[in-house]
Design a protein around this ligand. Sequence first.
Ligand code: NAP
Length: 327
Amino acid sequence: MKHTTLGDLDVSRIGLGAMGMSVFYTGAGTDDAESVRTVQRAVDLGVTFIDTAEVYGPYVNEELVGRALKGRRDEVVLATKFGMISHADADGGIGVLDGSRANIRTAVEGSLKRLGTDHIDLYYQHRVDPDTPVEEVAGAVGELVQEGKVRHLGLSEAGPDTIRRAHAVHPVTAVQSSYSLWNREVEERVLPALRELGIGFVPYSPLGHGFLTGTLRSPEQFDEGDWRRTSPRFQGENFRRNLALADEVRAVADEAGATPAQVALAWLLSRGEHIVPIPGTKRVARVEENTAADTVELTAGQLAKLDSLPPAAGRDHSEEERRLIER
Ligand SMILES: NC(=O)c1ccc[n+]([C@@H]2O[C@H](COP(=O)([O-])OP(=O)(O)OC[C@H]3O[C@@H](n4cnc5c(N)ncnc54)[C@H](OP(=O)(O)O)[C@@H]3O)[C@@H](O)[C@H]2O)c1
């Protein structure tokens, strides 16, 4: 696989997101053996960038990644996230934002243990905590870097002002936010700021939660607990209207001799050298397909067609989730 850099961190051009192996999407947690094989196949194929988080499960996704990488830890850049579990909270604190120094110090010990490692390569704050200045967050992660427990600081769904404030305290290596053919908000303010500061960008949900692959044709395909049932974009009339978008991606894919998933990823790669998508899958065949996107070359005409796709119908996130997202 090709490689690139996020800040001064070397990673494969495409990574692997592990979230859906354990939570949020239909079938999560039903076949951990296949999920483990998927991580291992990714590494065999040259993927060196694996993404998880403390809150996925919670906890079980980090355990799964740790199991899958046993004996191969040093072949990858391991990224995880903190700050969506408040360990001081009497009710378990799942989903409670907490970027305090004390919470980060508790969180890191758990993540290291579950991942079976003595260091985390890239440690992201999962969402900006309005009650903790980001300077405190960056300072606390900076201490962990000094101690050798963490190598690099990342932020997720942070806006330019927060990024600049954090970067002034400790260098930010990468920002991870939602970015794909049908979710381009970061292009306005976030990506220009990152380019200026020399910070890498990691698009999450690069396949539009699977929608851009063209395999999702009806909301009936989703289990009761599937996160996509809460997303306005996946509901009723919006879902139906968005199918035209997926069909256009497929038309470009047919012309390019690639799959829709590969086209969605190749388009992201074309957006910048230091943009590293982390498509999620729990299946070996799909990690093979997605990883091969780094060899897909789209023509100027195909890129132009993708660039001019109409905006998606409906928001990606619910109002409640949007409140936690900075742009
Ligand atoms: N920072 C954050 O707040 C945040 C939020 C969301 C996600 N993330 C990270 O980003 C990663 C990727 O995002 P995501 O998983 O939300 O969305 P995604 O990568 O856009 O899409 C994943 C979905 O697409 C399906 N899929 C994958 N490859 C496919 C293919 N070639 N053909 C057909 N379907 C395919 C997967 O199903 P199967 O698994 O069944 O193949 C899964 O349901 C996550 O794993 C997580 O690590 C971070």
